[in-house]
Design a protein around this ligand. Sequence first.
Ligand code: SF4
Length: 217
Amino acid sequence: MTREDLPEVLEIMKREFPKWHAPIVKLIAQKRKDPLSALLCALLSTRTRDETTAEVCKRFLQRVKDPQDLLEIDQEELEKLIYPVGFYRNKARQLKELAKQLVEDFNGKVPDNLENLLKLKGVGRKVANIVLSEGFGKPAIAVDVHVHRISNRWGFVKTKTPEDTEEALMEILPREYWRDYNRLLVAFGQTICKPIKPKCGECPISKWCGYYSSLGK
Ligand code: SF4
């Protein structure tokens, strides 16, 4: 897969996306289109299935409208509210600290740049890029395990870590595709290009895939 192939490949993926009924679609549907919602749901989603995160985000966002709500909510109530996301007790503590930081250091607003987002409690590059892309509509590439694995399977990048993948993609992926890249590859990775036993027989883009051609097909 080369940079020249990418527009056609991503066009096919956009067309196929609704047919996959990927779990990420349920999660996207629960989020309000604002930076705080993008940030909180991204933090809740770590080490948790998207189906579970979607249900939790729905009730959580009904109760928590701004950082002040999070500051005031009782720790025990918060734990109950976000259960059963992974590590819900730690995440509840982390969310309280995050709310304090937002109120004290950022005037109650989610920062709109990578540098300040990375200062927030529990926020790494993946979450920060999700916030920039989904919450602020800025060009950013959120690289998770799906994006990292699939970009390498295609042979589009040759990298060892998600951080290296993000750097490589920023070099070769035209900016117009940055925001869609995560959504498309996560859905594709959840349903077709799975970590174990990818469904290459059903894959609409196999002719561009380095992994597939290495199988001699
Ligand atoms: Fe993934 Fe197989 Fe498709 Fe390649 S051919 S992108 S490995 S599902």
